[in-house]
Design a protein around this ligand. Sequence first.
Ligand code: FAD
Length: 454
Amino acid sequence: MTERLVVIGGDAAGMTAAARARRRRAPDDLEIVAFERGPYTSYSACGIPYFVGDLVADIDELVARTPEEHRRNGIDVRIEHEVVGIDVDARRVLVRDVSAAGGEERDEPFDQLVVATGAVPFRPEVPGIDADGIFGVQTLADGVAVRRAIDERAPDRAVIVGGGYVGLEMAEALVRRGLEVALIDLTEQPMAATLDADMGALVAKALRAVGVSLHMGEPVDGFDTDGGAVRAVRTARRMLPADVVVLGTGVRPETRLAKEAGIAIGDTGGIVTDSRMETSVDGVWAAGDCVETVDRVTGRQGVVPLGTHANKQGRVVGINATGGDVRFPGVIGTAASKICAYEVARTGVTEREAARAGIDVVAATIEATSRAGYFPGAEPITVKVVAERPTGRIVGAQIVGEEGAGKRIDVLATAIWNRMHVDEVASLDLSYAPPFAPVWDPVLVAARKAANML
Ligand SMILES: Cc1cc2nc3c(=O)[nH]c(=O)nc-3n(C[C@H](O)[C@H](O)[C@H](O)COP(=O)(O)OP(=O)(O)OC[C@H]3O[C@@H](n4cnc5c(N)ncnc54)[C@H](O)[C@@H]3O)c2cc1C
């Protein structure tokens, strides 16, 4: 008899799972139906800042695979269909047609279910939050709305609320579009959740260098409006005029359906899965921003909403839900971002995270150049390495610099993943030629300094 695999959520995690399952089982053996409440499938939210900044001309370029392409591949994609309930005992989902002509609800049976509902953006509950001109950036439709506002209204001033990587990338986009940009955050430094204070200070410097004014340690009290449109952002200390406001205030896992269905949710707020990505209910799988996952450095569960994990977890689900047996090994918190010429990257734990996890560490920070000092285009780069004491195991790294700085983090991520010691990292056979690095790559220098401190 033909089995039925139902997927909730038509983006990175859900459609990777569906596509992988399709490659393993033929349509007469496995029917695959994917429900997506929006109009797009397999899209890159990561590309939104570059679409708004006009580095990408057309929103369709951010769609890796359209619903039609998925259908041609034997996946029955139903866009503008929202799953509104899961009955794990009866093994069916309740689906609502949310298209303009829709409204109908119907039950859809499943043998295997994939929950890939992603994340919900956090919106501060302050007066004026629903005013015209205040945008979140989570879906492609959000990206289209922000870009349209810039193209059509030609605004002069933008305020970004939230100094995480999404806020920073949107700041770059709006600077590129010629707006005067201010960034506010309730923490004392940009990227406070992901970088130590010393490295965050470099990011603050980079933002100021491209003309972004920073107002740190200032929670938003509300938005002033005029005729329903935003005019200013208020904090306890100031009023910042704004024609456009972009919220980069973080996300939380979208777990409402799973929770209502009795699927276990962890203390982190994400859906609990085992390493095969199966939830607490047999034959119900979950992947992507909606799940919690283990941090390989601290051994603790956490929610790390990144596309890189969503794709890998989706692949694991697609294989296991079709009878395979593979594992998702966890994460180490590797991430990179860019603000104009400046690249920012991190992996493992920061000093602050190490302290929270009870890991005793030393931290070594060095300044070097991205290329041989005499070579045209050599730019400053700062590398910080965090090592466990007394073992010398490398547990974290952060890098801020210009071209060529960010991707250096991957060497350190590989070292952390493989539980290398800093003295081993300091001896790695990394490439050298003047256009790429000084003879001692900054990564080696930072690891050597950490080793000397131990
Ligand atoms: C501006 C921006 C920049 C980013 N940059 C990066 C980056 O550089 N690197 C990186 O690794 N990650 C980045 N990310 C994060 C990355 O986009 C996400 O981690 C990834 O999209 C998660 O994939 P997902 O499939 O789990 O969830 P989502 O992409 O959120 O997809 C979930 C889908 O499920 C649908 N859905 C939810 N509930 C239902 C329901 N009940 N019924 C039907 N459909 C439903 C939603 O409409 C959505 O399409 C960025 C995100 C943003 C917003």
